[in-house]
Design a protein around this ligand. Structure first.
Ligand code: NAD
Ligand code: TYD
Length: 342
């Protein structure tokens, strides 16, 4: 793990991982990132001077570019974060999810096969689909994705496993729970609700708000990936989360309490089509590698909300720019017909 290619390293989790990894390990990292709306150079502003870090701007679907980047930088490990990642965007415009998440991952696998590289793939709990009360997903459960985003991630996840089975390639996979923390693009629920609360704007809760998520701190996801990289077995999948869920309304209450705002901002809006009611993962397999999460989900959400209060300079330009058009498309009609919490 001397020279690592981190795809999607300018996004939320990728940039947190790069910062964490360089603080703990003596590796060189080359980031390959298309710099979509979610990929931002400023997420690593303080690190671009570090001689161990290089940025290549480009698409993981471009096989020649991936091959050249791996050769030029003597890469021995690929860690694949690059993806289109937002469920609501996948409902509005699904095809790019297949391009990046499925074909892009496939291209990385092909280059890794050709050059004899190890590949670690970042998957998600959403591949398991909706999980009924009383069950926690284990790594051997069948995949049952229900959104275009989740389906594209499930396809990628299975391609990675197929390359281990068919070609014996040294691959590992981590399936992360909902992450929260610094530099998360404000389309996702916790940063959206935090920034709306700070601005005194309504908080659009889909449906009854009783959907359940495991809100894990991005730091714990990064250490989970580290554990899988250092101690994981080739061909194996590891769930990464806290193993504890809360409802979206509970999450909203933590955000509002942290920011000193009231429930009067909450609006119940038309639900997301195909909305998964509950995700829940068992994380014992990763714990058996010596990993454990540092943050309880309540602390993780509160920490994230505080970060948005303290880092307006990061998100204000995003909120006033291209994000506005997406926000209006996604929420204007919903908020016009919204119901307020009692
Ligand atoms: P993000 O949307 O913040 O960042 C994605 C990054 O990928 C951006 O930097 C973007 O520019 C880059 N990218 C997109 N398409 C690309 C392409 N074709 N070529 C090269 N780069 C491209 O996403 P995130 O929240 O940091 O998620 C990172 C990974 O973790 C994804 O694979 C996602 O599925 C997975 N994941 C996310 C969560 C979560 O809660 N955010 C949870 C579990 C798993
Ligand atoms: P999100 O952050 O989009 O993650 P995911 O859909 O991948 O779990 O959403 C987290 C939860 O919050 C999910 O149940 C959907 C809900 N949600 C809302 O109620 N309103 C919103 O505006 C958004 C973006 C999400």
């Amino acid at each position: 793990m001397k020279n690592i290619l981190v795809t999607g390293g300018c996004g939320f989790i990728g940039s947190n991982f790069v910062r964490y990894w360089l603080s703990e390990h003596d590796s060189n990292i080359v980031i390959l990132d298309k710099l979509t709306y979610a990929g931002r150079r400023e997420n690593l502003q303080d690190l671009w001077q570090d001689p161990r870090l290089t940025l290549v701007v480009g698409d993981i679907v471009d096989q020649e570019l991936v091959r050249r980047t791996c050769r030029d930088h003597h890469v021995d490990l690929i860690v694949n974060f690059a993806a289109e990642t937002h469920v609501d965007q996948s409902i509005l415009g699904p095809l790019v999810f297949t391009d990046t998440n499925v074909r892009g991952t496939h291209v990385l696998l092909e280059v890794a096969r050709e050059l004899g590289l190890r590949l670690h793939h970042i998957s998600t709990d959403e591949v398991y689909g909706h999980i009924p009360d009383g069950h926690q997903s284990v790594e051997t459960d069948p995949l049952s994705p229900r959104s275009p985003y989740a389906a594209s991630k499930a396809a990628a996840d299975q391609l990675v496993q197929a390359y281990h089975i068919t070609y014996g390639m040294p691959v590992t996979i981590t399936r992360g729970a909902n992450n929260v923390g610094p530099y998360q693009y404000p389309e996702k629920a916790v940063p959206l609700f935090s920034t709306n609360a700070i601005l005194g704007e309504p908080i659009p809760v889909y449906g009854d708000g009783l959907q359940m998520r495991d809100y894990a701190h991005v730091h714990d996801h990064c250490t989970g990936i580290e554990a899988a990289l250092l101690h994981g077995r080739p061909g194996e999948v590891y769930n990464v989360g806290t193993g504890r869920e809360m409802t979206n309304l509970e999450m909203v209450d933590i955000v509002l309490a942290t920011l000193g705002k009231g429930r009067d901002l909450v609006r119940h809006v038309t639900d997301r089509p195909g909305h998964d009611r509950r995700y829940s993962m068992n994380v014992d397999k990763l714990r058996a590698l010596g990993w454990h999460p540092r943050f309880d989900p309540r602390e993780a959400v509160a920490e994230a909300a505080r970060w948005y209060a303290e880092n307006r300079a990061w998100w204000e330009p995003i909120r006033s720019g291209e994000f506005r058009a997406y926000y209006d498309r996604q929420y204007a009609e919903r908020l016009a017909g919204a119901g307020q919490d009692a």
